[in-house]
Design a protein around this ligand. Structure first.
Ligand code: SAM
Ligand code: SF4
Length: 339
């Protein structure tokens, strides 16, 4: 048996005893939107030669799966704007079929879902996250800089019709959607979707001052609890959200709080950018280049060695701080690291 076959390879365990079972793979840094908290209006995108080909992304995913990864999330930028991205999902299907992989999921802005939802379902994708910060079409246009709310609604309809389980991700933005939180919850739960609020993170240089956008979820939760009954839920997806059952709607509500609550103890995931840079922690700069070992050899051995060496230095956690006029904790944009 090959020393690196999935059956014989020891799993990826970091220095703190956490088994790495979840890989988020960004397939592009490009996007058809420019959400104000994520990108600046005039982004410079990467030259094509720097971005891993779909075949290289497939090899990379296979290497992680061989090392014990059970879940892959495809993200970006906007993953569905990558040309021919469906071939990656078609390829990942073989790992689902053989049982070595539990799940392939997707995070999307929903703009291309009407076109791809049924094909995603055919490829074995069962759950997707759709980012949506408002139900007001003109506010939607403002926060995405030019997105069309109606197109996203059609995309979400197509996903639901294809049998995909939809979770809504909403970035909580002070003075923008705090007053809409209840409406978003009612809408999502009315359609049978979970909804998760995310604290805005200090990633990437941005025109606007982060402290002006930051809405602590402790504050949002307190406000919601004055009107709704939230019971802590045992539900967990392997992601960082903490869930509550909402008695009034019968739906599930999650909070992702990198700033007000540190969830690093249970971190089982790593991120790979579309250039093959492996980030062991979203909030730290330390990274490993996987593109060079991928391109250097047809054998996966250098790649596997690079992955193992990187996991051996996965940090204990991150330390985001939002202080007025503070420099961003990490200079890269979320769209580069993959959300
Ligand atoms: N384009 C896809 C989308 O919007 O779902 C996938 C990539 S996007 C970078 C992934 C997630 O990151 C989205 O839910 C987005 O709202 C979130 N995000 C982007 N910038 C963020 C920031 N600075 N703080 C918190 N969440 C952010
Ligand atoms: Fe694009 Fe997603 Fe970033 Fe918005 S959050 S600009 S949709 S990558």
């Amino acid at each position: 048996m090959n020393a690196h076959s999935p059956l014989s390879a020891p799993p990826l365990v970091d220095p703190f005893g956490r088994t790495i079972a979840y890989v988020r793979v960004s397939v592009t840094d490009r996007c058809d939107y420019r959400c104000v908290y994520c990108m600046s209006e005039d982004m410079n995108f990467l030259p094509k030669r720097d971005v891993l080909s779909l075949e290289e992304l497939d090899r990379l995913c296979a290497a992680f799966i061989g090392l014990g990864a059970r879940k892959i999330r495809v993200t970006g930028g906007e993953p569905l704007v990558r040309r021919n991205v469906m071939s990656l999902f078609q390829g990942l299907k073989r790992h689902l079929a053989s049982g070595v992989l539990d799940e392939v999921t997707l995070t999307t802005n929903g703009s291309q879902l009407a076109r791809f939802a049924s094909e995603l379902a055919e490829c074995g994708v069962r759950r997707i996250n759709v980012s949506l910060d408002t139900l007001d079409p003109s506010k939607f246009r403002a926060v995405t800089r030019w997105g069309d709310f109606g197109v996203v609604m059609k995309g979400i309809d197509a996903a639901a019709a294809a049998g995909l389980k939809v979770k809504i991700n909403t970035v909580a933005l002070k003075g923008f959607n705090d007053s809409e939180a209840r409406g978003l919850i009612d809408w999502a739960h009315g359609r049978g979707f979970d909804i998760t609020f995310i604290e805005v993170m200090p990633l990437g240089a941005m025109e606007r001052d982060r402290a002006d956008q930051f809405l602590p979820l402790t504050e949002l939760k307190r406000d919601l609890e004055s009107r709704l009954t939230l019971a802590p839920s045992a539900y967990a997806t392997g992601g960082p959200a903490r869930y509550y059952d909402v008695k009034e709607t019968g739906g599930r509500l999650g909070f992702i709080t990198p700033l007000t609550h540190n969830f690093c103890e249970s971190c089982n995931r790593v991120r790979v950018t579309c250039t093959g840079t492996l980030y062991m922690c979203l909030g730290q700069e330390d990274a490993a280049d996987l593109r060079e070992p991928l391109r250097r050899s047809e054998s996966d051995e250098p790649l596997i060695a690079a992955i193992r060496a990187a996991i051996a230095r996965k940090p204990k956690g991150h330390d985001f701080v939002i202080a007025r006029a503070a420099a961003p904790a990490v200079q890269r944009h979320m769209s580069a690291t993959g959300g």
